[in-house]
Design a protein around this ligand. Structure first.
Ligand SMILES: O=C(O)CCC(=O)C(=O)O
Ligand SMILES: [Fe+2]
Length: 310
């Protein structure tokens, strides 16, 4: 699959450190494994997905939930609903390249651990649809998030969160089930894909060659990565906590050489590990961190209560 691109000012480039395995890494913690599965495995997974009768959702936004279900009213994992994994998912899970997370214990010592995902959302994207900019809820899931693309290639857009995102994330969350028109992005959790018409301006893609040395250049500027079919995206660090991601609603993505790549049916499988013990998120992006915002709001409410008693 060709690298994508256009606006040289916002070059984002992976280090292709293990070319033989087609693994690309970016300095913001994003990793892409190309050809993560064979075309035969992909076809089998799509056949199982298409034959499944448990699709839920509204309108064009249809999902299947396995392991713990993702709750679109809270943007967290359901406390009660759990569905056993189909065989294509168990197989996938058995050779997922698990990310090593470093956490700090109460006594200040560091601990390295790998966590297996236990929350799986399969999403169907008819051609032309996307997902609004969002940051997956920090407190609800562990750091590493995995996203497998099946079917059509698509461009995903990353943007380093700034003031706009910090403001938006504080707005009340919107539930998928209350939305009937294309959504205004909520920035937390996932919401209904907008059905934008393709536009020339929005088809501009960012080059994938060169080297990203400095995140600050992305503060205002989105950058795009083409997700080929059968590719696995691993989010960690800043790409998980401090960047929003979205898929624009459009019918074509434009490649570096100007080729317009028409979108077809796409399925994605998002894999996350649920945090159940209330461990607070301690990421480096407090402005877009729901744990920190809740702590701040609680402190604010306590201050107000103190004032009220006077
Ligand atoms: O479909 C994709 O590749 C992205 C999905 C996503 O961002 C999500 O499930 O939170
Ligand atoms: Fe997401």
């Amino acid at each position: 699959m060709a690298a994508v691109s256009a606006n040289l000012q916002h070059v984002s480039s992976p280090k292709t450190d293990l070319d033989i395995n087609k693994i690309k890494t970016w300095d913001n913690g994003l990793i892409m494994h190309e050809d993560f599965m064979s075309p035969e495995e992909e076809a089998a997974a799509i056949a199982s997905i298409e034959a499944d009768t448990r699709w839920t959702g509204i309108g064009k936004r249809q999902t299947l939930q396995f392991g713990y279900h993702f709750d679109y009213t809270t943007f967290e994992a359901s406390q009660t609903d759990e569905t056993p994994l189909p065989s294509y998912l168990s197989k996938l899970l058995s050779h997922l390249p698990l990310f090593t997370e470093t956490s700090t214990n109460a006594d200040g010592t560091k601990e390295d651990r790998k966590y297996k995902p236990n929350q799986f959302t399969v999403q169907y994207y008819p051609p032309g649809t996307g997902i609004p900019p969002h940051v997956d809820t920090h407190s609800a899931f562990r750091e590493a998030m995995y996203c497998l693309s099946l079917g059509s290639a698509v461009a995903i857009v990353f943007k380093k969160c700034g003031e706009t995102e910090a403001r938006r994330i504080r707005k009340p969350k919107r539930s998928l089930f209350k939305i009937t028109t294309p959504a205004v992005p909520t920035m937390v959790g996932s919401s209904t894909p907008p059905l934008d018409q393709p536009s020339a301006a929005s088809n501009a893609l960012v080059p994938a060659d060169g080297h990203l040395e400095d995140h600050s250049q992305f503060e205002e500027n989105p950058w795009e990565v083409l997700l080929p079919p059968r590719s696995l995206l691993v989010f960690s660090g800043p790409s998980r906590y401090g960047y929003s991601h979205r898929i624009k609603g459009r019918k074509f993505d434009r490649l570096v050489d100007g080729t317009m790549l028409e979108r077809e049916d796409r399925y994605s499988i998002t894999m996350r590990t649920v945090v159940r013990d209330g461990t607070p998120c301690r990421c480096d992006f407090p402005d877009v961190c729901d744990t920190r915002i809740l702590e701040e709001d609680t402190r604010g409410a306590n201050e107000e209560a103190k004032v009220d008693t006077f």
